[in-house]
Ligand binder design. Structure first.
Ligand SMILES: [Zn+2]
Length: 107
C-alpha cells in the first residue's frame, strides 16, 4: 500500500501507525512508528499519521475504527485511506511546487 503520482517524483505516501513507547525508540512525542519488524504486534492502531518517503509527516490523527496493523503494514478502510491519500497528495503537490519555485528563483 502506497501512493505515488507521476507529477510528484520523490514523494511516495503511506499510512504510518504510531505506538506509545517508553524506550529509546520513542520520538519526542512519546510514540514510535510501527515498522515491518513489529510483525508479531498486531491489532487496532488508535493514532496514525500520513507519511511520505521524503520524511514529511502529517499531524497525528485518530486511526478511525478500521485502522489496524498486521502483516508488517497498516490496513484501514478504503474511505479512510482515501482521506489519507488526499492529505498526502496536498503535501506532495505543494512541496514539488515550492521546490520548482525555488529552482526558478535561483536561475
Ligand atoms: Zn513528500
Amino acid at each position: 500500500m502506497g501512493w505515488s503520482n507521476e507529477l510528484t517524483p520523490g514523494h511516495e505516501g503511506y499510512l504510518v501507525g504510531l505506538k506509545a513507547c517508553e524506550d529509546k525508540r520513542a520520538r519526542m512525542d512519546g510514540y514510535r512508528e510501527l515498522t515491518p519488524m513489529d510483525d508479531e504486534d498486531t491489532g487496532p492502531v488508535a493514532i496514525v499519521q500520513v507519511g511520505c518517503t521524503c520524511g514529511w509527516r502529517s499531524p497525528r490523527q485518530d486511526g478511525a475504527i478500521s485502522a489496524s496493523w498486521w502483516g508488517g503494514m497498516m490496513h484501514a478502510s478504503d474511505w479512510f485511506l482515501e482521506e489519507c491519500r488526499k492529505t498526502w497528495r496536498a503535501h506532495a503537490i505543494a512541496t514539488v511546487y515550492a521546490d520548482r519555485e525555488r529552482a526558478i528563483v535561483k536561475t
